[in-house]
Design a protein around this ligand. Structure first.
Ligand SMILES: [Zn+2]
Length: 143
């Protein structure tokens, strides 16, 4: 876009250097001065400059905001409460397991248990080691 008037720096060159100009990355102070003069002389280029600046600062504020966004307090509280409840239930489960020796999903109503079992075989120098792990994960389905 051009205002049609004669400029020392052609509009094309101004648009080409626009992003660098906004980011203050132009090394040539003479070029920066020439661009500043051009923006004073040429409303269309000045308009484009303002638009680009606005778009850039909007983008920066959006990025900044999304990076700084913290979890809402009520969500934190909810997660904390659920963690506490789960810990209490795990504790209860553990006590039941120790006391009665047996337990089933039925005694906890709507709760479900997930068993996770892994078996890993590692052979080092002809000696095979078997590592077995298992743990119960309890989930409540109250919805
Ligand atoms: Zn221009």
């Amino acid at each position: 876009m051009s205002c049609g008037g004669p400029h020392e720096t052609p509009c094309h060159d101004v648009m080409h250097a626009l992003v660098l100009f906004i980011d203050n990355e132009l090394q040539d102070s003479g070029q920066v001065q020439a661009l500043n003069i051009h923006f004073q002389e040429c409303p269309p280029c000045k308009g484009t400059l303002e638009q680009e600046k606005a778009a850039l600062s909007l983008l920066q504020s959006l990025l900044g905001r999304s990076c700084q966004e913290a979890a809402p307090e009520d969500l934190k509280a909810k997660i904390f409460a659920q963690t506490e409840e789960l810990a209490a239930q795990m504790n209860l489960l553990y006590q039941n397991q120790m006391g009665a020796g047996q337990f089933g999903a039925g005694q906890f109503g709507t709760s479900q248990f997930f068993s996770e079992y892994t078996r890993t075989e590692i052979t080092v120098d002809g000696v095979t080691q078997i590592i077995e792990t298992s743990h119960e994960i309890r989930g409540d389905f109250s919805f």
